[in-house]
Design a protein around this ligand. Structure first.
Ligand code: ACM
Length: 579
């Protein structure tokens, strides 16, 4: 039997090898240890029965199903679990239901790769689990995967397949970026113009921001999730210990919203009115921070929260060029009435208003991109607002020092829309490279931060912005295997050595190599460790590799953004969205 104990992603805290193995060719009989463990046992049974267990011939002597006992131990930390496999059966002891779900994910990684198929093998097979005692738990409470389903829509069935793959890596947040200038992806029964008008555009730009002339594909693009779809996505994720974090990006990145509801705009509308954008970048189309906007937001946020049961909602706050607010007499009057000195202060106040509404009307916590904190909002946001720090660890630290919970999402190395290598073979990407090794070397909680500040760093996540990711195959290519490294780092809270290691703590690369076999069985695409397959390469047409924005340019961009902390919008719009 291959050494599956050496191929786990993320690496458990402790793996003690036992002797022998447990034959496990049929779904085990799952039993709660006591009444308190019933819900956890239901989760374990649900996940285990979903696996494609070998189908014994009806004429074989029937084997007794192995037993799997599930206990809860409230003294264990949330999400922690212990998995004991001996020749007689499996014992799961978990701190909570999520821990029990992760124990199943570890069990699944210890089964043959066929456990990642959808349909069972046609013939009977012997599955075995190696005997072992595994103690495990996470260092970070927020281990996220962000998908931009606004720039290019990702159909529900692909989202569900990705949830399964992310949960396998013990990621616990699915951040769906559901709205942007290029698309509104949420059904609204109260404001149907949003999905009827905002969910599609006639074409998409396929040249990079800096390239002239601009080239478009002239192919209509669109799609949205019904509220029932969102409920299904949230439920499917929840069964796997993963919480959905829906994002409605405000007050900028809102052109699709304004195409549907132009009366919510600020300043003068663009020539020809608001149109769902076929272009990428930063636009100065902002919703007005006025009562009509708040009324629409209450309706739409209420619909999304009711459908998904989300307890965190991301409200954006990034890349806001405030010119149109400054030019709008209604908005200027509101600003003065509220005693706010600048449009920047109003930006922070608006985010606080929406966060207050989320808290007071729905009992939900707001998450914002770090501009909500850093540009103008120091000490102006609700204290419980989570800051998602994308512009580097400097702003992450500042937000943590100010007492906010912070998720580390720095462009380098968590933006997976960046190319995975610098070679010609890579397909078009917005920038890069961000290599697997860069992700593995990420230290999400810097050792030199004071302990009280480190405690505020609640986790990390990767981002997959989709301007140049037109479909599911391209999306999977950009995600895997970097997501394996991100999950390893997020679970341990530390960088992951690529290759050195002991039999007890193998390096990341051999463990990822083992995981790629699982992705093969699941039918998910990825970038092979040695480089893209011929059919994954960019070719010579519009998807060819272009230099884009190399890391040194990104670093320049990041230092510019840090300098623009004062809200230098002109400079910001000059940079037109080169994240
Ligand atoms: C971002 O990349 N605008 C969060």
């Amino acid at each position: 039997m291959t050494d599956r104990l050496a191929g786990l992603v993320p690496q458990p805290i402790s793996v003690k090898r036992g002797r022998g193995s447990l034959i496990m060719s049929t779904c085990p009989e799952v039993q709660p240890a006591d009444a308190a463990a019933q819900a956890a046992a239901v989760t374990v049974r649900h996940l285990l029965t979903g696996l494609p267990w070998p189908q014994p011939s009806p004429f074989d002597a029937t084997q007794d199903a192995p037993r799997c006992s599930v206990a809860l131990d409230r003294a264990m930390r949330p999400e922690a679990y212990r998995l004991t496999i001996d020749p007689n059966g499996v014992t799961v002891t978990a701190g909570d239901e999520s821990g029990a779900a992760y124990a199943v994910q570890t069990m699944r990684q210890l089964l043959p790769d066929e456990a990642w198929r959808v349909a069972p093998l046609p013939e009977a097979a012997n599955w075995e689990l190696p005997c072992a005692d595994i103690e495990d738990g996470t260092a970070l409470a927020w281990r996220g995967a962000h998908l931009d389903v606004a720039r290019h829509f990702v159909p529900k069935r692909e989202v569900l397949a990705l949830i399964d793959a992310f949960a396998a890596l013990k990621l616990n947040r699915l951040h769906l970026h559901l709205t942007d200038d290029q698309g509104w992806r949420i059904e609204s029964r109260l404001r149907p113009a949003l999905h009827e008008i905002g969910s599609h555009r006639p074409r998409s730009r396929i040249s990079l921001n800096a390239e002239q002339p601009r080239v478009y594909d002239d192919i209509p693009h669109g799609g949205y999730y019904s509220l029932d779809d969102l409920a299904e996505i949230a439920g499917y994720a929840g069964q796997r210990g993963m919480a959905l974090v829906p994002e409605i990006d405000l007050p900028g990145h809102s052109t699709a919203l304004l195409a549907a509801l132009p009366e919510l705009g600020s300043g003068s509308a663009p020539d020809g009115g608001y149109q769902v954008s076929p272009d990428w970048g930063i636009f100065n189309n902002l919703v007005a921070p006025l009562p009509a906007t708040m009324a629409v937001l209450r309706d739409v946020l209420g619909e999304v929260i009711a459908a998904t049961g989300a307890w965190y909602v991301h409200i954006g706050g990034d890349e806001c060029v405030l010119d149109r607010w400054r030019q709008d007499v209604r908005i200027e009057a509101v600003r003065r009435d509220r005693g706010l000195a600048t449009a920047e202060d109003l930006h922070a106040a608006f985010l606080k208003d929406v966060a207050d509404m989320l808290a007071e009307d729905f009992g939900v916590r707001a998450v914002v991109w770090d501009e909500g904190f850093a540009d103008h909002g120091r000490a102006m946001l609700r204290p419980d607002t989570v800051i998602m720090a994308w512009r580097g660890m400097g702003v992450a630290r500042a937000a943590a020092e100010a007492g906010h919970d912070v998720v580390a999402a720095p462009v380098l190395p968590t933006y997976f829309d960046y190319a995975q290598d610098s070679g010609e073979a890579e397909p078009l990407a917005i920038g890069g490279p961000i290599r697997l090794a860069d992700v593995a070397a990420f230290e999400p909680v810097p050792a030199d931060w004071p302990p009280a500040v480190r405690d505020r760093l609640i986790g990390t996540q990767f981002q997959v912005w989709s301007e140049y990711i037109p479909d599911g195959r391209a999306l999977e290519y950009m995600i895997f295997p970097r997501a394996c490294a991100a999950a390893d780092v997020a679970w341990s809270g530390r960088r992951s050595p690529l290759s050195e290691g002991s039999p007890e703590r193998p390096g990341l690369l051999p463990r990822i190599a083992a995981h790629l076999g699982r992705l093969d069985a699941a039918g998910l695409e990825y970038r092979p460790l040695g480089g893209p397959h011929p059919w994954q390469q960019g070719g010579t047409g519009p998807r060819r590799h272009r230099v884009g924005y190399q890391i040194k340019d990104v670093a320049t961009r990041l230092s510019q953004l840090a300098a623009a902390d004062s809200g230098d919008d002109e400079r910001m719009s000059g940079l037109t969205g080169q994240r």
